[in-house]
Design a protein around this ligand. Structure first.
Ligand code: NAP
Length: 301
């Protein structure tokens, strides 16, 4: 490591793209990641909207990015970042393993799964509640599951689960999905996916420590019903992982880092890339674009 390095927090699409650009600009990128490389996209069943790939599995896509970045010489440090301290012309990162100082920081820590905020929810994660159809779907072979959400993740999950589970209930709080049209069409054409619209989940029930049923509240009729399920896949969006930068860079009211397309934050050597940045479109392509902009700006410092 050297004080000239570019530190990157988060090895998702934004962070790995930034690492590729930093290395190709002749500088050294050091990536910090607490989980597996690839970020959110690792759990996507199928990606059909990244230019150059008509269809690719999320984990394969993530691995290709990781391989590309590390083969160019980017350093990968597996561990949680505990503290970030900006100094004049430098940024220091503290992890359980040690302290690292670089010239600039590209913060690309992404977002974590939003919860419903119900009693028992945390305890039932891994006991019937999952955030990853691709990872946990096989546990529900021939069973009845519910998916909550109306975005790309929810519909993608419902389609994946329809091939494994017996019945899939797709619960969404509005009448319209926000997912892309091809996914909506595929869901409508799948016989064992049963949409339940205008409905929220208001209670989780368990039997012997495992999720066994959910209470559904219809927002139009105001009626409550109970639905027996073996599993519940939560796909209700993400919240930004920006606690480490709270009080350091400016955040918006939802906790996203205020930065424009140039990824510049209120601190001159800290750049925000990917889903952590305040913006309207959060896609793989825009994460890659942010990683690019952040790297070009950081190496120019
Ligand atoms: P999202 O697009 O933000 O969708 C979240 C869904 O959860 C929305 O339908 C939202 O309802 C619902 N929701 C939010 N809070 C809720 C609550 N408290 N209770 C009940 N429902 C709630 O999130 P996402 O689907 O995870 O997608 C995130 C990003 O990744 C998107 O940009 C997406 O396009 C991208 N992505 C792409 C792919 C792919 O291309 N294959 C796959 C997965 C994700 P409302 O609609 O009413 O707001």
């Amino acid at each position: 490591m050297s004080a000239n390095d570019i530190l990157i927090v988060g090895a998702g699409t934004a962070g790995l793209t930034a690492a590729i650009y930093v290395q190709r600009a002749g500088r050294h990128a050091v990536l910090f990641e607490k989980g597996a490389p690839g970020g959110q996209i690792v759990t996507a069943n199928e990606i059909q909207n990244y230019p150059g790939y008509s269809s690719i599995n999320g984990a394969d896509f993530a691995y290709k990015l990781y391989e590309q970045a590390t083969s160019l010489g980017a350093e990968f440090i597996n561990g949680e970042v505990l503290k970030i301290t900006p100094e004049k012309g430098a940024v220091t990162i503290q992890t359980a393993r040690g302290t690292y100082t670089g010239r600039a920081l590209i913060y690309a820590a992404g977002a974590s799964h939003r919860r419903l905020g119900l009693a028992n929810e945390e305890r039932l994660i891994g006991r019937g509640i999952s955030f990853c159809a691709n990872c946990d779907g096989a546990f529900f072979k021939g069973k009845t599951v519910a998916v909550n959400g109306g975005g790309n993740t929810a519909l993608d999950d419902a389609l994946y689960l329809s091939r494994v589970a017996k019945e899939v209930y797709l619960i969404h709080r509005r009448k319209e999905y926000r997912a892309e049209q091809p996914l909506q069409k595929a869901v409508a054409e799948t016989a064992n996916i049963h949409p339940i619209l205008d409905t929220t989940i208001t209670a989780l029930h368990e039997t012997s420590g495992h999720l066994s049923a959910i209470t559904l509240h219809n927002l139009v009729t105001q009626q409550d019903t109970e639905l027996a399920v073996d599993g519940l896949f939560l796909a209700v969006g993400m919240k930004p992982e920006t606690a480490l930068l709270s009080g350091i860079v400016d955040l918006n009211e939802s906790g996203y880092i205020l930065a424009g397309e140039d990824t510049r934050t209120s601190v001159n050597n800290i750049f925000a890339a990917g889903d952590v940045r305040s913006k309207t479109v959060r896609q793989l392509t825009t994460a890659a674009a942010d990683g690019t902009a952040a790297a070009i700006a950081a190496v120019a410092l």
